[in-house]
Design a protein around this ligand. Structure first.
Ligand code: DX5
Ligand code: ZN
Length: 226
């Protein structure tokens, strides 16, 4: 079995937008492996977040990779813009309105790490035909749109199925899990095969410093590390 590095990806959706640079730097200094950027178009999900201009402005202040999660209906129109803005990883949704194969090739051709995401009700079979072309599979454990929602344990069977497929086919793919993850359940994610953990509220919310939150999530994640 292929044991992958645990990576913690704080989502700036839960950071203070008026202090974005400061919070992003605190996450980086606090041990974050990458910064998760939740892009929402008010169409694919019932919420609007931020666009490439913000990503571009933030980029020079932060050294860790930018992991851009496109919760948008038409990624083909925006992939290049987010790559130009400094995204190191770009993930599109299997449920979007554009052609998935085209979206994946567009990201790859730009030399950006390529991800595909599945909403909680979407079966792993929707990703299977694309697996050879991916660097990342993103399994949602909340219905996308908002931070601070409850982790859906029922998605763990799909996570296990994806991990088994990756191992059996000896693929070089990270599994990211996103939604409702924190210091209380990070081990459940890693025990079932996830190695990249997104944390919004658990990283930027609460009274403790961001660095302590990240350390606590990582510690719990390591307990379940396969
Ligand atoms: C949900 C986003 C998540 C979210 C995570 O639509 O894709 O990345 O910000 O936030 P928490 O960790 O608070 O669930
Ligand atoms: Zn996300």
């Amino acid at each position: 079995m292929n044991k992958r590095k645990i990576m913690i990806a704080p989502s700036i959706l839960s950071a203070r937008f008026t202090h974005l640079e400061e919070d992003a730097l605190r996450a980086e200094k606090g041990g974050a492996d990458m910064l998760h950027l939740d892009i929402m178009d008010g169409h694919f999900v019932p919420n609007i977040s931020f666009g490439p201009a913000i990503v571009k402005q933030l980029r020079p202040f932060v050294s860790i990779p930018f992991d851009t999660h496109l919760m948008i209906s038409h990624p083909l129109e925006y992939i290049e813009k987010f790559a130009d803005a400094g995204s190191d990883w770009i993930t599109v949704h299997a449920e979007c309105d554009d052609c998935i194969s085209k979206s994946i090739s567009m990201i790859k051709d730009l030399g950006v790490k390529t991800g595909l995401s599945l909403n909680p009700p979407t079966p792993f079979s929707e990703a299977r035909d694309h697996m050879e072309d991916l660097d990342l599979l993103l399994i949602m454990t909340v219905n996308p749109g908002f931070s601070g929602q409850k982790f859906m344990t029922e998605v763990m069977d799909k996570l296990k199925e994806a991990k088994t497929f990756i191992d059996e086919n000896d693929l070089d793919i990270d599994i990211m899990v996103d939604g409702g993850i924190g210091r209380q359940n990070a081990d459940v994610v890693t025990r079932n095969g996830g190695n990249m953990l997104v944390a919004g509220n658990a990283a930027f919310g609460g009274d403790e410093p961001i660095a302590s939150n990240i350390t606590a999530i990582r510690k719990k994640a390591l307990e379940g590390h396969l």
